[in-house]
Design a protein around this ligand. Sequence first.
Ligand SMILES: *[C@@H]1O[C@H](CO)[C@@H](O)[C@H](O)[C@H]1NC(C)=O
Ligand SMILES: *[C@@H]1O[C@H](CO)[C@@H](O)[C@H](O)[C@H]1NC(C)=O
Ligand SMILES: *[C@@H]1O[C@H](CO)[C@@H](O)[C@H](O)[C@H]1NC(C)=O
Ligand SMILES: *[C@@H]1O[C@H](CO)[C@@H](O)[C@H](O)[C@H]1NC(C)=O
Ligand SMILES: *[C@@H]1O[C@H](CO)[C@@H](O)[C@H](O)[C@H]1NC(C)=O
Ligand SMILES: *[C@@H]1O[C@H](CO)[C@@H](O)[C@H](O)[C@H]1NC(C)=O
Length: 231
Amino acid sequence: MHDILKVCLGVFYLSAVWSQDLQQVKRIVGESITFEIPNLQPDTEINWRYRPMLAPSSTNLTVTIINRKIKTVYDERFKTRLQLVNNTDSLRINNLQAADSGFYQVEEFSLKKFLKKFQLTVYNPVPEPHVKKMNGSVELGNRTCTLLCSVGDPSGVTVSWMRNGKSLGTTQLNLTQGYDVTYTCVASNPASNQTTTVTPSDYCLDQGHGAVTQWNHYIVIIALCLSWLSL
Ligand SMILES: *[C@@H]1O[C@H](CO)[C@@H](O)[C@H](O)[C@H]1NC(C)=O
Ligand SMILES: *[C@@H]1O[C@H](CO)[C@@H](O)[C@H](O)[C@H]1NC(C)=O
Ligand SMILES: *[C@@H]1O[C@H](CO)[C@@H](O)[C@H](O)[C@H]1NC(C)=O
Ligand SMILES: *[C@@H]1O[C@H](CO)[C@@H](O)[C@H](O)[C@H]1NC(C)=O
Ligand SMILES: *[C@@H]1O[C@H](CO)[C@@H](O)[C@H](O)[C@H]1NC(C)=O
Ligand SMILES: *[C@@H]1O[C@H](CO)[C@@H](O)[C@H](O)[C@H]1NC(C)=O
């Protein structure tokens, strides 16, 4: 019984330490990230290790910093994109790529002392959503105007309609009335979002109806002509 308790406490302690030490950050492709390292002695040697999101648990030495200068960058991909900020030990990566996503761990070299760990996720920018009118349906005599909110490349992007700042949780808006209220179509991922705001009346007001009415006129005229001809 005691052993189980000890194991449980151990697991609890480890997960608490883990979540405390891991800082999660999100960025968009092309942006930069600065990993803040609180004041170290100026002459400290620190090492950064990097591990891609889905790689096995081994980490590779990426960059060595001594006396607030970048000494060696081991990983080709980062060679031109690393800098130290304002004469501190805070490391900045410029022009982020999706492939930079992963875990970044920093340690003090001489003491083998673990300092901090970051989980960086780099997202593609969200495309602007567009709005399209779908073929309407008629339910119990009510004409329904259906507006679809979508993005060209939906991978990793959540799309939904919003009204008054509240998500409606749907990409398809079925309206029979209230065409003058504005709706916002939102495309988002965890790092950013884009919106398009529309007034349904711009899409829904009676184009179809007008055409039908006109068509009806033609039918009436043709019918009249036919009846005159047959006289
Ligand atoms: C570590 O470096 C080796 C050799 O350069 C490479 O094959 C491996 O993919 C790297 N591992 C990670 C996790 O980056
Ligand atoms: C760097 O220093 C400048 C001027 O002192 C300051 O405005 C800026 O916020 C600093 N940048 C960072 C990332 O600390
Ligand atoms: C609307 O209906 C027409 C004819 O029934 C069809 O050809 C067209 O593909 C439909 N459009 C949409 C967006 O469903
Ligand atoms: C049809 O529209 C009326 C008023 O616009 C509404 O009260 C009724 O619920 C609608 N019926 C359906 C089936 O949507
Ligand atoms: C809108 O109407 C379509 C077809 O009539 C239906 O499949 C869809 O579930 C409706 N969406 C909502 C949010 O009511
Ligand atoms: C869109 O992003 C802005 C700025 O990041 C944020 O304040 C806002 O809440 C986001 N809106 C939605 C609908 O996610």
